[in-house]
Design a protein around this ligand. Structure first.
Ligand code: SAM
Length: 473
């Protein structure tokens, strides 16, 4: 764990989170020592990627075993290709020998394949340095190559074919087009430049495509760029769990209120065997296009995507025939509200520059969206609320508010339930907390050392995530 520091947050945000994780209810429940351990673990985990990569298999197109076999074959090809590259001794995250390749079915999530992440590894830094944006750096730590738009600084005479060290600019202070940068940065691995410096920064048009092909990443796991795009979809494990918890059935009408880029929308349609209707709403039009592209790639025809503000998705005039938003009340059998949130569960995240006001700005929007969701849900219908953050205000406190505000809602148990239960601190009863699913990143290094199987580690070493399931009575 000594490769990166813990996540760097503004002091006011660290204090706020400490207050959340050391709240009186939690202290009374687990004791100060355990509460402090969880908080420290969280801060450390956040700056590192999970120790496994999760892909969702398109089981509507082929059986899981067949997809797994095809994926293994593709990964072997990539591995062979990279090993033939004589410039540097390399590893592509599937072991240095193809026999070591591991792609395992998840034991309880039927459409998930898991691959181990090897890292942090000992990688020697080189004299030529490239600096990339933090988002790009985070993607590299999860197996991606460096795409040209993410590049900020590179040496004056960098040519295609040069072997370079890649650093992530933690505070967004590096100027695009700089020759070098010595601000707060972190080493993420070595790669080969695919383009000259001049074609990245000076060609007049924004550069596209891979800028640096990673050959010695600090965390080795395959890049899924262009790898069996119809059959495998890179998705965090808790995000796949959400689709199963929603439990869509063929022929139903489902609403995904905050849908882009459409990972969960496509999963829902897959679980429905592409029969019925999935309405996907997204406020930002470019992002909405991603939903359509993903649906097309995965050959899912039952998805209808609209650019729309979901807080306004309930129509005042009831038109039961409405096929486009806004919709009349009680239009949907199931609704997913995967809410916009502070994203503090995302991994890896080495630094967040957000202030407390920004972090606290999501709860009111989430409540507006929730209100619309309750109206749009049919009686007897299911509503799933999820976030990829760790605060109480956006998770358990929203559940407590929802149960107070909408007596028609009842909390439901979740299947599968592989995360922890809800966190005390919002006044929910123990039996209510048991119905909530909180993915609390836990270090798996001890488990690795103890030889715990990948499938066990994968359930606890995830991004931070929260799921609540309600039924409208
Ligand atoms: N469910 C998505 C998936 O699995 O791919 C991820 C959704 S992301 C957490 C939240 C999304 O909600 C963002 O794309 C954001 O642009 C969108 N959003 C935010 N406010 C919205 C609103 N009022 N109406 C519709 N979409 C909104």
């Amino acid at each position: 764990m000594s490769f990166f520091p813990r996540i760097s947050l503004r002091p006011e945000v660290t204090d706020y989170l400490k207050g959340v994780f050391l709240n009186n209810e939690l202290l009374a429940s687990v004791g100060r020592h355990e509460a402090e351990r969880r908080f420290e673990t969280l801060l450390t985990c956040l700056s590192h990627p999970p120790s496994s990569t999760c892909v969702r298999a398109s089981v509507h197109l082929a059986p899981l075993g067949e997809i797994r076999h095809k994926l293994c074959e593709e990964l072997k090809k990539v591995s062979r290709h990279v090993h033939e590259d004589s410039r540097v001794h390399v590893c592509v995250g599937v072991g240095q020998h193809t026999e070591e390749l591991q792609v395992l079915p998840h034991p309880s999530v039927p459409d998930v394949l898991l691959l181990p992440v090897d890292g942090p590894r000992c990688v020697q830094q080189l004299s030529k340095e490239v600096v990339v944006g933090a988002q790009c750096g985070n993607a590299v730590l999860r197996g991606a190559h460096v795409f040209a738009p993410g590049m900020l600084a590179c040496p004056k005479h960098m040519k295609a074919g040069d072997v370079v060290s890649v650093f992530s600019d933690l505070e967004g202070k590096c100027t695009r087009g700089a020759f070098s940068f010595h601000g707060k940065r972190v080493f993420v691995g070595n790669g080969v430049a695919e383009k000259d410096r001049s074609s990245i920064f000076c060609s007049g048009e924004p550069a596209r495509g891979v800028g640096i092909r990673m050959i010695e990443p600090l965390y080795a796991t395959p890049s899924f760029d262009g790898l069996l795009p119809q059959l495998v979809f890179l998705q965090n494990l808790p995000s796949v769990v959400v689709g199963h918890v929603l439990g869509p059935r063929p022929g139903e009408r489902i609403l995904d209120m905050c849908a882009a880029p459409g990972g969960k929308t496509c999963h829902i349609a897959t679980l429905m065997r592409d029969q019925g209707e999935v309405v996907a709403l997204e406020r930002i039009s470019n992002k909405m296009e991603l939903i359509r592209q993903n649906a097309q790639t995965l050959q899912l025809r039952c998805i209808k995507a609209f650019c729309f503000n979901s807080t306004r998705a309930v129509s005042e005039h009831s038109n039961p025939e409405a096929e486009e938003p806004p919709f009349p009340p009680e239009s949907f059998d199931r609704i997913l509200l995967d809410a916009p949130c502070s994203g503090l569960g995302q991994r890896p995240n080495m630094a967040s520059t957000w202030n407390l006001k920004e972090i606290c700005s999501f709860a009111p929007l989430q409540r507006k969206l929730f209100q619309a969701a309750v109206q749009l849900l049919k009686k007897g219908g299911v509503l799933v609320y999820s976030t990829c953050t760790v605060t109480l205000a956006e998770n358990e406190e929203q559940v407590a508010w929802a149960l107070r505000t909408f007596p028609c809602l009842k909390l439901q148990s979740q299947e599968p339930h592989i995360g922890a239960e809800g966190m005390p601190g919002a006044g929910l009863a123990q039996e209510q907390l048991r119905l909530l699913q909180r993915f609390r990143p836990e270090l798996s290094w001890e488990q690795v050392a103890a030889g715990a199987p990948l499938s066990c580690r994968a359930n606890s070493d995830t991004i931070g995530f929260f799921i609540a399931k309600f039924q409208k009575t």
